[in-house]
Design a protein around this ligand. Structure first.
Ligand SMILES: NC(=O)c1ccc[n+]([C@@H]2O[C@H](COP(=O)([O-])OP(=O)(O)OC[C@H]3O[C@@H](n4cnc5c(N)ncnc54)[C@H](OP(=O)(O)O)[C@@H]3O)[C@@H](O)[C@H]2O)c1
Length: 297
């Protein structure tokens, strides 16, 4: 199958070049990889009014040169370097100025080294956004986009991010693996916590679909609190209030209804304690009592 223009009537052909530092309307985008990120970005870019062509990796690289200002390599991390090598070897880019970026959080622009040089500038362009399904595009607005690499590619990627309502970010000497571990801990840890919450709500008497529907908005308020208030201020609940009896009641019920969730509850409680102590809304003795409850003493 050939490349599929996402926006009808607009391919990636003959676009003008973006002007420096500008969220110009004329950045033509080619996305290679039709997974969760590829499709999510394609939808957002199309909604922003930019021409975008999406090609699934299972269809292979195109046979004709790619005419785009920005090529987004949205394949799995281990496939990025081979993809860059193939783009170069087959002469699919380099005939015009182009930025080639990948979306991995843990890899820098060097993952695209094989295609870099001449008219090809490369960059890392990592959206700190959770894309969970190719058929459900998350909102990108207010999200952050880590961009690092060659100046020209960085300018193109930053302008795209701004066009999508995102804040481009750059950090000198960033430990990318730690950065990516933090993003994964929060996004995937939250999804796993939600799964535990659905499990517990079911045991409490709420059906599974309703449980997920109720927990989503709860998580959204947590997200809003983290964004608006920061931490530790986003913490709520019995640990913050120094309510050792409340924590003990939770644990008793969990031991009865869902013993497999007790270690998770204890670990989450232990992680909350230093935050609650920092907030200082209860006597220190109350937090010591919570620690003893969590320790099971
Ligand atoms: N998911 C996130 O939340 C997220 C967030 C930020 C950055 N990223 C980064 O974005 C990049 C792409 O991640 P992704 O989440 O979009 O990965 P993904 O959904 O697994 O898709 C990536 C590639 O894997 C292929 N693929 C998916 N399922 C397949 C299957 N069953 N058999 C064969 N191939 C299959 C897709 O092929 P087709 O193209 O043929 O469909 C696609 O090219 C990665 O570098 C990742 O680190 C991900």
């Amino acid at each position: 199958m050939s490349a599929v223009p996402v926006r009808e009537g607009e391919g990636a052909g003959a676009p003008r070049s973006p002007r420096e530092g500008e969220a110009g309307p004329d950045v033509a985008v080619f996305i290679y990889g039709g997974g969760k990120v590829g499709r999510g970005l394609a939808r957002a870019i199309r909604a922003a009014g930019l021409p975008v062509t999406l090609r699934a990796a299972r269809d292979g690289l195109p046979t004709e040169r790619i005419d785009a200002d920005l090529v987004i390599v949205a394949v799995r991390d281990r496939d990025i370097a081979p993809c860059a090598a193939a783009l170069r070897a087959r002469g699919l880019v380099g005939h015009r100025d182009v930025a080639v970026v990948h979306c991995a959080g843990a890899l820098g622009p060097e993952a695209l080294a094989a295609v870099r040089g001449g008219r090809v500038a490369v960059a890392q362009m990592h959206p700190m956004i959770s894309f969970a399904s190719p058929s459900f595009a998350p909102a990108l607005g207010r999200g952050h986009l880590l961009v690092d690499g060659d100046t020209r590619a960085v300018l193109v990627a930053r302008s795209l991010g701004e066009r999508l309502g995102m804040t481009p970010r750059a950090f000198p000497d960033l430990d990318r693996v730690a950065y990516h571990a933090a993003a994964g801990l929060v996004a995937n840890g939250a999804a796993a916590l939600a799964a535990a919450g659905v499990d517990l709500l079911e045991r409490a008497g709420v059906d599974r679909t309703t449980a997920a529907a109720m927990l989503g908005p709860l998580l959204r308020t947590v997200a809003d609190n983290v964004e608006a208030l920061g931490v530790p201020e986003a913490l709520t609940g019995p640990v913050r209030r120094g309510d050792a009896a409340g924590v003990a009641r939770h644990l008793e019920t969990l031991r009865r209804l869902a013993p497999h969730l007790v270690p998770l509850y204890v670990a989450a409680g232990a992680t909350q304690l230093p935050l609650a102590r920092a907030l200082d809304e209860a006597p220190s003795a109350a937090f010591d009592a919570i620690q003893r409850v969590l320790d099971g003493t």
